[in-house]
Design a protein around this ligand. Structure first.
Ligand code: KG4
Ligand code: ZN
Length: 358
């Protein structure tokens, strides 16, 4: 039996969780800083770091208390090493190092991006991960920082098929909401505002899909691009305002629903196309944007018969430490520990394997 304590501080959530044997979440505490950043319209890195500084102790104590455990019971400390905001990462890492050193526990730096994928397997995912018939797995990772398609194979080999060449899907939703004066973070606000809206009223572009008569190059087959959608929204809203229309009520709902639809349409079609091309047996959707109701429903509609769809539970989609502790367990079992002087990384390194498939 092993208990891994995970710490997450890559962006604007200070989180700690304790996971038993890699799948059973005993406690998962997330202290959100959203209110602090919302007044600035986005995450301010230094502010995030200072909030983590205040929050780490509390989330760790609460997670231990909720799990009814003490540090003596913990087998290893896992912490997000990157990618993320450097000042924010450093706080969680330093706290984790202190904890590991003080209690003489091994420390494990984990990849936040891969942890998001693992988040879809927390709880009941062990059987699926261990079943050879689940492979290959096509993972769609959609968050504030990433929009990526990954292929995971039975031997643990991972191929990063595509990513965004500009903005991430969550970033496009956040920037869209900001542009319309709806607040931060944009994803959940856009989902709520778009409910009841006509998603066909405005035709936002679908970049890198081969729509609009432009042939899609091999290079961009599985890549995404979302900055053009945001620019189209800017021009559309300017046009409406100059025509004397106020963007509110039904018009606001329609414009938001159409904007969200363009993003969901691109994400779902590209993911399904990749799954078909690589004969995936499982499709995983993870990351903050995977909370989105429209995306979840669309993926369920489009997933071919015989392919299992695994979408992370909403609490495991947005940043949390359960996914960090969970993936940390697999590093622990593989005896992949970090040195106490390990550094953080801001950008996603090249990915060729995942620790949770062996
Ligand atoms: O995974 P996450 O918490 O942080 C990153 O690693 O980036 O993702 C945050 C992103 C934000 O862009 C937020 O707007 C988006 O996830 N998000 C949503 C929803 N909830 C959060 N996007 C669409 N619909 C939602 N319900
Ligand atoms: Zn994240």
């Amino acid at each position: 039996m092993s208990y891994i304590l995970g710490i997450e501080s890559s962006c604007d959530e200070t989180a700690c969780a304790i996971v038993k044997d890699g799948y059973e979440v005993l406690s998962s505490i997330v202290a959100s800083q959203i209110a602090k950043h919302a007044v600035h319209g986005g995450v301010v890195p230094e502010l995030a770091a200072r909030e983590h500084l205040k929050g780490c102790k509390v989330v760790v104590e609460t997670a231990l208390k909720e799990a009814n455990l003490t540090m003596e019971d913990i087998d290893a400390v896992a912490v997000t090493q990157g990618p993320g905001l450097m000042p924010a990462l450093l706080v969680g890492i330093n706290f984790a190092k202190g904890l590991a050193m003080g209690y003489n526990k091994p420390i494990i730096g984990v990849n936040h991006f891969l942890a998001h994928i693992y988040g879809a397997f927390l709880g009941d995912g062990k059987e699926d991960l261990e079943n050879p018939d689940s492979y290959p797995i096509l993972a769609l990772v959609v968050s504030g920082g990433h929009s990526s398609l990954l292929l995971l194979e039975r031997d643990g080999k991972a191929t990063h098929l595509g990513w965004t060449i500009d903005d991430a899907a969550g970033e496009a939703l956040d920037k869209g909401a900001k542009l319309l004066g709806l607040g931060y973070p944009g994803g959940p606000i856009m989902q709520k505002t778009g409910e009841g809206g006509d998603n066909k009223r405005f035709n936002f572009p679908r970049p890198l899909t081969g729509a609009a008569g432009k042939a899609l190059s091999e290079e961009h087959k599985y890549n995404f691009s979302f900055s053009g959608i945001k620019t189209a929204l800017l021009y559309q809203s300017k046009f409406l305002e100059e025509s004397g229309e106020k963007i509110e009520g039904q018009l606001l709902q329609d414009i938001v629903a159409s904007y969200q639809e363009a993003i969901v349409d691109v994400l779902s079609k590209k993911a399904i196309k990749a799954a078909k091309d690589f004969k995936a047996k499982t499709i995983v959707v993870a990351g903050g944007v995977a909370c989105n109701k429209v995306l979840r429903e669309r993926m369920a509609e489009l997933t071919p018969k015989g392919v299992k769809l695994r979408i992370a539970k909403p609490v495991n989609c947005t940043d949390n430490a359960a996914m960090v502790a969970g993936i940390g367990y697999h590093h622990f079992m593989n005896k992949e520990f970090s040195e106490l002087n390990f550094d953080a990384y801001a950008r996603l390194p090249e990915i060729s394997e995942v620790p949770f498939i062996k």
